[in-house]
Design a protein around this ligand. Structure first.
Ligand SMILES: Nc1ncnc2c1ncn2[C@@H]1O[C@H](COP(=O)(O)OP(=O)(O)OP(=O)(O)O)[C@@H](O)[C@H]1O
Ligand SMILES: [Mg+2]
Length: 347
């Protein structure tokens, strides 16, 4: 506490002054042979109290003058806080109040600095990830164009092939940019959920048809398991479609290479429906599971196999589910497969 030191110093100084006065008084009274103990004690106490009062007052005035500017600056930044502190403060001592204001201000600033540091790390990581993801398709396009300029354009064996490959890389870039825009909207809360009443099982069947070609290319079969025919929910249909596409797309990409069986199961779960998308792929090691929904996160396995993903799909899925005030989770067993489960409120 900054208030205790000036008082201690004032008391110490008062004692010194009173002692010196008493000493001079003793010498003088002894010299004139009029020494008396009572007046000496009275003199000592009076000088002590008077010096203490004067020194303490001067000290506080001096310190107050010095810190008045800081106090005013902080106070003007948060007049309301200052009033609150004044009310809360047990003492009327201005130094006490200033001390509390400074401590409070220091706490707030520390919190702000921590937040800013976190944001800076997040921005750095985000930019690093974005440039890393865009680098591959950009370099590919550059390679194909340079080969075509180098004479490849005249070669009927490669010109069409290289142009097709360049187009694929452009599409990859477009997909990454679209996902980034989506993440941005979802994280900034810009995205508005447009709710409507629809049948989740019917939507799942539509998505299955849409994904059929890709599933065949990856030796995957998709099936529905449900003890009921319809599952009416109120949600943003377009977004839930996106969730199903992302989960089924993952199950196709990361499922068993030879005979992948993807099962979409529906369960009646009190006020909600529980939807599970499972595959019989290699599974995901437990240590990766907690980070799976982070943007740009991919397991070692999918990175080494280069399945072409950028690790944004599940981050988008989680945001969409949470925007519906629902939850998504994952469980996985090595060698058995992976299951993603999410809930949706019944209509
Ligand atoms: N069904 C699954 N089986 C095994 N691993 C999976 C499965 N689903 C997701 N993963 C792992 O989680 C990672 C993150 O998935 P996510 O959908 O976010 O990204 P992605 O599929 O790599 O890319 P994107 O979806 O952006 O095209 C994947 O890279 C993969 O390592
Ligand atoms: Mg994905």
């Amino acid at each position: 506490m900054i208030t205790s030191s000036p008082r201690k110093i004032a008391a110490l100084n008062a004692l010194i002054i009173a002692s010196i006065t008493a000493f001079i008084y003793t010498i003088l009274t002894f010299y004139f042979s009029v020494f008396n103990l009572i007046p000496l004690l009275i003199l000592f106490i009076v000088v002590c109290i008077a010096s203490y009062a004067i020194i303490n007052y001067s000290f506080e005035k001096f310190i107050y003058e010095k810190i008045k500017i800081i106090y005013k600056t902080i106070g003007s930044l948060k007049t309301q806080k200052k009033q609150e502190l004044k009310k809360k403060s047990k003492s009327d001592d201005v130094l006490d109040i200033v001390n509390q204001v400074v401590l409070e201000w220091d706490k707030e600033k520390k919190q702000e600095i921590e937040e800013l540091k976190k944001m800076a790390v997040y921005r750095r990581e985000f930019l690093g990830n974005v440039s890393h993801e865009l680098k591959t398709p950009i370099f590919n396009i550059q390679g194909y164009i340079l080969s075509l300029l180098d004479g490849g354009i005249e070669d009927p064996d490669i010109n069409q092939k290289f142009l097709n490959k360049a187009e694929k890389s452009v599409n990859r870039m477009i997909a990454i940019v679209e996902d980034l825009e989506e993440i941005n909207k979802l994280e900034s809360g810009e995205l508005k959920i447009k709710k409507e009443n629809f049948d989740l099982i019917e939507l799942t069947k539509e998505v299955m048809d849409f994904m059929e070609m890709k599933a065949e290319t990856f030796n995957s079969k998709i099936q529905i398991k449900s003890s009921f025919r319809t599952a009416k929910i109120i949600a943003d249909k377009r977004r839930i479609r996106q969730v199903l596409i992302n989960l089924i797309d993952n199950a196709i990409k990361y499922g068993d290479i030879e005979h992948n069986l993807i099962t979409i199961s529906f369960y009646d779960f009190h006020d909600n429906y529980l939807v599970e998308v499972s595959d019989n792929g290699k599974g995901i090691p437990q240590e990766y599971l907690p980070r799976l929904f982070e943007r740009f996160y991919r397991t070692e396995f999918s990175r080494s196999r280069d399945k072409g993903g950028s690790g944004l799909g599940l981050a988008i899925v989680k945001h969409i589910i949470e925007a519906h005030q629902q939850t998504i989770s994952v469980r996985s067993k090595i060698g058995k497969g992976t299951t993603f489960s999410f809930t949706m409120k019944k209509a």
